[in-house]
Ligand binder design. Structure first.
Ligand code: COA
Length: 304
């Protein structure tokens, strides 16, 4: 018998229960079920956050987190213990979450599945969801043979905290104008990242020309995560080239520069996430030897 409870308010013990579920699932799956954005939101939950815990015999077996954007869109992430899958846990959580989504006047629910496979597709489509986005995790062994070849007029330097925020946000939002998640950043969004333990300005490379920031490659080193990831992973966290400076070879030089810097900091593998529909970026990464290692899918459901 599965019981679903809405955590309201969300207590530290509830968040600890989700962490325990996520750790167990990740150890079995080899990849996380919930993303950084979920943990950031659960760290400081707001009235737009909901959390549901599913229990069987009073033991937590699954959790579903949602966050509403205030414009009718709710984003959901779910984790179910491996031993309790195919037993209706995700369905029960989703039923509860869809009920709460109408409280937030949601018109569209986006459900993320990391490491999406046929089972995830079948579950989502059986509930009326359709694939809206696919994010690919791509990896490349380091070092790569190429050195960065900077276009004429470009110099490079690390990001400077307290100085580069406004100019960086402008270029980032111009580069990602078509990306709903990355294209609407504020300086506050950037400052939140600056306070995170992994943030390292030395790994946040800016390419400068006579008009200012032309592009950037922001990297993030993930410590080993035993036993799943025995080596540290070097992520290209965000990379962008200002639209006026694209197709001059700058993007390729920035990716290579980021990979060189990651290798110098001791990571044997380069990694990034890219929208499957982002043809320029996928072509660039494939040309540099990246291959797809995982697909994350966002399934969308329009609700009345
Ligand atoms: C992806 C991006 C960084 C590439 O930057 P860029 O400076 O234009 O890239 P380059 O000039 O170095 O081109 C390198 C390769 O990328 C690919 N590419 C770049 N633009 C492309 C386009 N419009 N269509 C197809 N392929 C393209 C090609 O393989 C190209 O190699 P080629 O010139 O030998 O054909 C840039 O398009 C960008 O900032 N996009 C918006 C932000 C973004 O999507 N970032 C990646 C998120 S994962």
């Amino acid at each position: 018998m599965i019981d679903v409870r809405r955590c309201h308010p969300i207590a530290p013990a509830d968040v600890a229960a989700v962490h325990a579920l996520a750790d167990t699932a990740e150890a079995a799956d080899g990849h996380p079920s919930l993303g950084d954005a979920v943990w950031r939101d659960l760290g400081t939950p707001s009235e737009r956050t909901t959390l549901f815990l599913a229990t069987a015999d009073e033991q937590p077996v699954g959790a579903l987190h949602t966050t509403a954007d205030g414009n009718g869109r709710v984003t959901a992430g779910v984790v179910v213990l491996p031993d309790h899958r195919e037993a209706g846990v995700a369905s029960a959580l989703l039923d509860a979450a869809l009920g709460a989504a109408t409280d937030h006047h949601a018109r569209r629910v986006l459900l993320w599945a990391f490491g999406a496979d046929d089972r995830a597709d079948a579950f989502a489509t059986s509930r009326g969801f359709q694939v809206e986005r696919e994010l690919r995790e791509m990896r490349v062994p380091l070092p790569i043979v190429e050195e960065p070849r900077w276009p004429p007029g470009i110099t490079t330097r690390p990001f400077v905290i307290g100085q580069d925020e406004a100019a960086w946000v402008t270029v980032n939002n111009r580069a990602f104008v078509h990306d709903p998640d990355q294209g609407g950043w504020t300086e506050d969004d950037l400052r939140v990242r600056e306070t995170e333990p992994w943030f390292d300005p030395a790994g946040f490379l800016l390419a400068i020309d006579d008009r200012g920031i032309a592009g950037f490659c922001w990297t993030k080193v993930h410590a080993p995560n035993l036993p799943i990831e025995p080596d540290s992973l070097g992520e290209i966290y965000v990379i962008g080239v200002d639209p006026d400076r694209q197709r001059s070879g700058l993007g390729r030089a920035l990716v290579v520069g980021g990979l060189v810097s990651l290798h110098e900091r001791g990571t044997p593998v380069g990694m990034l996430f890219v929208d499957a529909g982002n043809e320029p970026a996928v072509a660039l990464y494939e040309a540099l030897g990246f291959t797809t290692t995982r697909a994350d899918r966002a399934y969308a459901l329009d609700i009345a």
